[in-house]
Design a protein around this ligand. Structure first.
Ligand code: UD1
Length: 381
């Protein structure tokens, strides 16, 4: 089969990596190979936001780089949509796979579904129930035009069912056993009768792989002169926190208070750099602003932190898996399991200390999501 995958923003390069490896494994073992064509929309374009991940993971250069870059939501999504459509019309793929909830995700989903190419959405079914978030709009719209909805959790399956996308979830909505679709007689999904499947979270695949080598590869702890469990890691980039000066001021105040003089390492996203350059709010001197980090570096800095303060979905889960307590700088989270297990707390609920004792580590599967996705691709589309 011919598969087009669409990436454009930082977390998507990370999620592509384990799937590209699983496709290579499949192709080595099967005569029914998957041709993997990669489109980079160019939504993220700074070295530290994009190419560093290709270099770190040894990801191939994309077959297509669409050079979309920054712009308003309409301009960014629209330009990506138009350029993705041209590639689909040229390549005639059997499916288009999109990840997550960015403008690149939505552009890919609309382009493919209007050309009647099945859309596979990885990280389907997540909801914050806050439609003021651009990501929530992107998720809802993408899910509703998808043919295969690949979910990371049972909660995601339930969220889709509540919106009428029941898609007779494979294995009753529980994580499917490895090789399930190769063995089971499955009806071919269609966008009018989509398939919903829980494979666990592909971010766990990446983490398990990377944590094993991050210790050797990354020298960030030494470079930054940090000692283990003696500092906090902060990340802030969500539009809801960085586009409104009042909200941004609230975050700055919270971080200054919570850190209480402890060192806070803050790799600052370009969106946040912009806001900080015009904001009157100032982080206290103990907050050290640095450039965005690569994946191996961020894992090491997170693993050694005593506390994570973040509005990133990926980092909430990484904190959970690495057993670094986490305070989420948002009003709600899609990753409700991390809160239910007591590992993660929303900042509105933070009472001054957050030192959870343990978590199961298994809220999002076993780190073998990519092979399950390949099983779906190879045997149902
Ligand atoms: C996007 C996603 C968000 C995801 C995040 C990961 C949407 C709506 N949002 O947010 O869900 O969590 O990526 O980082 O798609 N910029 C640079 N250099 C870059 C990239 C961005 O300077 O390499 C600046 C641009 O000025 C741009 C701004 O950052 O206008 C925001 O970038 P954009 O891609 O629009 O959204 P993100 O905030 O990164």
């Amino acid at each position: 089969m011919k598969l087009i995958q669409i990436v454009g923003a930082r977390p998507q390069f990370i999620k592509y990596y384990p799937l590209s490896l699983a496709i290579a494994r499949h192709n080595a073992a099967s005569s029914n190979g998957i041709a993997d064509i990669l489109i980079h929309t160019g939504q993220h374009y700074d070295y530290a936001m994009s190419k560093v991940f290709f270099d770190e993971f040894g990801i191939k250069s994309p077959e297509y780089h669409l050079g979309v870059a920054s712009g308003s939501h309409g301009a960014q999504t629209g330009t990506a949509l138009q350029r993705i459509e041209e590639v689909i019309e040229k390549e005639h793929p059997d499916a288009v796979l999109v990840y997550g909830d960015t403008n690149s995700t939505l552009a890919g989903a609309i382009a493919a579904s209007k050309l009647h190419v099945p859309v596979v959405h990885v990280e389907a079914g997540l909801r914050s129930f806050n439609k003021y978030m651009p990501e929530e709009i992107n998720r809802i719209l993408t899910d509703h035009v998808s043919t295969v909805l690949v979910c990371p959790s049972a909660t995601a399956i339930k969220n889709l069912a509540a919106e009428g996308i029941a898609g007779n979830a494979a294995n009753g909505g529980n994580i499917v056993p490895q090789g399930w679709f190769g063995n089971a007689a499955v009806n071919r999904p269609d966008k009018n009768s989509p398939m919903v499947v829980n494979v666990g979270d592909i971010m766990y695949d990446v983490l398990l792989h990377a944590v094993a080598i991050a210790g050797q590869r990354s020298k960030k702890i030494e470079e930054l002169g940090l000692s283990a469990k003696n500092y906090c890691l902060l990340t802030v980039h969500r539009a809801e926190n960085t586009d409104d000066p009042k909200q941004f001021a609230k975050i700055v105040k919270f971080v200054n208070e919570v850190s209480g003089g402890r060192t806070v390492i803050f790799p600052m996203h370009p969106r946040t750099v912009k806001m900080y350059s015009t904001s009157e709010s100032r982080f206290a001197d103990n907050v050290r602003i640095i450039e965005p980090l690569g994946y191996f570096d961020v894992l090491m800095v997170l693993q050694n932190a005593s506390l994570a303060l973040t509005d990133s979905g990926g980092m909430q889960k990484e904190a959970y898996w690495l057993k670094t307590p986490c305070v989420t700088l948002r009003e709600q989270t899609e990753w409700v399991e991390t809160v239910a297990e007591g590992w993660n707390v929303l900042y509105a609920d933070f009472t001054g200390t957050h030192a959870p004792a343990s978590n199961s580590g298994h809220a999002y599967g076993d780190g073998m999501a990519a092979d399950r996705i390949v099983d779906v691709l190879a045997n149902t589309l």
